[in-house]
Design a protein around this ligand. Structure first.
Ligand SMILES: Cc1cc2nc3c(=O)[nH]c(=O)nc-3n(C[C@H](O)[C@H](O)[C@H](O)COP(=O)(O)OP(=O)(O)OC[C@H]3O[C@@H](n4cnc5c(N)ncnc54)[C@H](O)[C@@H]3O)c2cc1C
Length: 305
């Protein structure tokens, strides 16, 4: 199936790229993938997307969807399982056997947050259990929360939450965390952060909202209940770049490497936007902005003589 611009992924990055591409008059196809709407569908409240003071993630993505549809984007409920960007036109094969060909390809497959997969977690995601302090920290203003993780991301999340919350427990399984030196100092000096080393979370407790964590101290062997209003898991993200390994430049953490002006990857005509190429800041507005840039760059690329 031929299309002028093929976009993989229907999160804020993919929808924005699709909207700009279709409004510029290009035949645009958007593959929705395994999670139409992207990560935002996991959150019941988005307060930091300009233009929307108080909206749920699913409602916001419904608007993205409707706007893309009205602009004439072809929305296809399929998932790519193979891609070949070694020669043009680029070829993408889906799990049900459709083959798409295009001269410009925009990769917006996002990233998948790692979850701990503990008892009680599934039903409390979006109700106190989160993977994004920037997004959900505000809901716990003045209350105690926990951050689970031992890397720099966990440390930054804890420092951010300490500005809002009454107390932040920073829970990690090792004897010492692996924070960079300067962050370590800030954590130690911050009186609102209490580190719980050699400690593991074994369950999330709460009916409608998170109320507590069951934690286990590996040294004393003791189990206790820790009352918290929120728990932020900071145990890593996996960028969805598997289809492009050995074809595009990928950094050591698995993110696609792009030019920051054009969103171009290491192959001309192939662009990437959103979390799939964002090792540092992962927010919907940033994803949308980079989707816009990718579509404008794809347009320029296709219009070259
Ligand atoms: C719980 C939670 C709450 C959040 N809250 C906020 C918030 O309040 N404000 C904020 O700004 N940010 C928030 N974020 C972050 C924000 O959701 C992400 O930064 C943003 O969604 C990234 O957009 P994206 O389009 O790059 O990727 P994603 O949203 O990850 O979308 C990726 C898309 O790619 C598709 N895809 C994946 N693989 C394939 C494939 N093989 N073929 C085709 N398609 C594929 C998926 O189906 C999906 O549609 C939150 C994140 C989480 C997890």
């Amino acid at each position: 199936m031929q299309t002028q611009i093929l976009i993989l992924g229907a999160g804020p990055a993919g929808y924005t790229a699709a909207l700009y591409s279709a409004l510029a008059g290009f035949k645009t196809t958007l593959l929705m993938g395994p999670m139409p709407g992207g990560q935002l569908i996991l959150t019941h409240k988005v307060e930091n997307f300009p233009g929307f003071m108080d909206i749920s993630g699913p409602d916001l993505t419904d608007i993205f969807h409707e706007q893309a549809e009205q602009a004439g984007v072809r929305l296809v409920y399929e998932t790519a399982d193979q891609a070949d960007v070694r020669s043009s036109p680029f070829r993408v094969h889906t799990t049900i056997g459709t083959v798409f060909q295009s001269k410009a390809l925009i990769i917006a497959t996002g990233a998948t947050a790692r979850w701990l997969h503990l008892p009680g977690e599934d039903k409390l995601i979006g109700h106190g259990v989160s993977v994004c302090a920037t997004c959900d920290g505000i809901f716990h203003k003045g209350k105690p929360v926990a951050v689970i993780g031992s890397g720099n991301t966990a440390a930054y999340e804890a420092l951010f939450l300490a500005q809002l919350c009454s107390l932040v427990y920073l829970i990690y399984p090792g004897e010492t965390p692996v924070f960079d030196g300067i962050i370590s100092e800030k954590i130690i000096k911050n009186q609102k952060i209490k580190t719980l080393s050699q400690t593991e979370v074994s369950a999330f407790v709460g009916e409608k909202r998170l109320e507590a964590l069951i934690i286990y101290n590996k040294v004393s062997g003791q189990q206790e209940t820790l009352s918290v209003s929120g728990a932020f898991e900071a145990v890593g993200q996996v960028p969805n770049t598997q289809l492009f390994i050995n074809q595009l430049n990928i950094d050591i953490n698995g993110y696609l490497v792009t030019d920051c002006e054009t969103q171009m990857t290491s192959v001309p005509g192939v662009f990437a936007c959103g979390d799939v190429q964002a090792p540092r800041f992962r927010q919907a507005i940033i994803a949308a902005g980079s989707g816009c840039r990718a579509a404008l760059s794809a347009k320029h690329f296709l219009m070259q003589p």
